[in-house]
Design a binder for this molecule. Structure first.
Ligand code: ADP
Ligand code: TYD
Length: 205
């Protein structure tokens, strides 16, 4: 089963992806946990370029193509072979991140996003995707608490992030069969339990 987690920065998706990973591991399931951009040697190198604040003049399309290149490498090198061997693959972000950030939030046209996305993932769709939905205000509070410095992607404006949030909601609405929207303002434990229930329902069916 291929499971992805989506949401804006600091929504809590990595926390949930990791908790799910630990839970499945404890149940002796074959499971791997990867993150985007990254997850392979080449993809981690691309990640560095994408997050480097020195790359101020990166064009919107260059950014999207780099995310897609990193994703393609991860899909072919790690995700597909593990799915074939019967693993649960948990991925912290996948192509919906590009649709939300570079498409809804940014300047890349929807038809380009959709075409390149399909090529990058070699038509591999997640079985289930969780959108951890939080307000921008909540993530600002969390950032202050963590005293986290912005990377290049995070240094974008409030308007940009608002567009990404509503973009994610739209994506989840369009693909209701695959998506589960979770209120990310609930406690970590409550969200985790919601996710487990959904996964178990899917496995039993
Ligand atoms: P993301 O992967 O979406 O950037 P993280 O999982 O790294 O987010 O979480 C960002 C911060 O928010 C961490 O300090 C984490 O402990 C905290 N956090 C995560 N989930 C919740 C939650 N449900 N309620 C309050 N704080 C949370
Ligand atoms: P990361 O530190 O992994 O953030 P997070 O913990 O929130 O996942 O950085 C990834 C950044 O890249 C994040 O700001 C979201 C952005 N991103 C895109 O803009 N498009 C994409 O396709 C992906 C995968 C990530």
């Amino acid at each position: 089963m291929f499971i992805t987690f989506e949401g804006i920065d600091l929504s809590g998706k990595s926390t949930q992806a990791e908790l799910l990973y630990i839970r499945l591991k404890k149940k002796n399931k074959k499971v791997i946990f990867v993150r985007e951009p990254g997850g392979t040697v080449i993809s981690e190198k691309i990640r560095k370029i994408l997050l480097d604040r020195k790359n101020k003049n990166m064009l919107a399309l260059t950014e999207f193509l780099l995310f897609s290149a990193s994703r393609h490498q991860l899909t072919e090198e790690i995700i597909k072979p593990h799915l074939k061997k019967g693993y649960y693959v948990i991925c912290d972000r996948y192509f919906d991140s590009s649709t939300a950030y570079q498409g809804y939030g940014g300047e890349v046209k929807p038809d380009i996003i959709n075409r390149i996305n399909k090529i990058a993932i070699s038509s591999l769709n997640p079985d289930i995707s969780f959108l951890i939905d939080v307000s921008l205000e909540e993530t600002i509070k969390r950032r202050k608490k963590l005293r986290k410095v912005h990377d290049r992607m995070e240094a974008k404006t409030r308007i940009y992030y608002k567009k990404v949030i509503s973009g994610y909601r739209e994506i989840a609405k369009i693909d209701r069969k695959r998506y589960v929207v979770i209120n990310g303002n609930k406690s970590i434990e409550e969200i985790h339990n919601n996710i487990i229930t959904k996964i178990e329902n899917l496995t039993i069916k």
